[in-house]
Ligand binder design. Sequence first.
Ligand code: ITT
Length: 193
Amino acid sequence: MRIFVLATGNLDKVMEIASIIRSVDLLRRPDDFEDPEESGENLLENARIKAKAVVDDMGAAAIADDTGLEIDALGGAPGVNSSRFAGESATYFDNVQKVLDDLAGVPVERRTARFRTVAIALFPDGREIVAEGVVEGRITVEPRGEGGFGYDPIFEPLKPGNLTFAEMGFEEKNEISHRGIAFRKLEDLLARD
Ligand code: ITT
């Protein structure tokens, strides 16, 4: 089995990725690993920055993702700024609140949005494998559900039942999510590499 270090400091993402990718061994970063500045202009650049920080520091192959929520009525925001939409040290709750405030009065049919994940596997020799996953949906008028993380309580994927990601079970979200799609593709590409 190939071994990769999972280049993320976000434990919610660690749990999802570890459950989606089963055919490679994933190690965690050390707890005191310093997050690199996500200064890229797009999701791929940021995913690469996170993976490269681990490759450079640990000399091991790394896997990372960068994810953005793109809201059409906000011109595609928060996009690459999803973790800091309401400010540098914003919590999940602050970011959700800002989205709902910014969309106040916007009717259901114009609340279209998508989650996009770019996943990367980066090797010490600089070679990389990249895969993307997208899931279309809508932003709800108020948060619903206790599961998931981040913007999950206000994101309803286009699927019969109209549940938010936070109202779905863990496996159900991974089955259809941006991250599920991206990492299953990455796993396929790695199997053929
Ligand atoms: P790392 O950079 O350490 O991986 P992060 O939390 O900054 O962790 P991202 O940049 O990929 O991760 O994600 C930006 C934000 O988007 C994240 O903080 C969440 O608020 C949100 N987000 C990411 N994936 C999500 C998901 O599956 N469901 C809901 N919100 C998500």
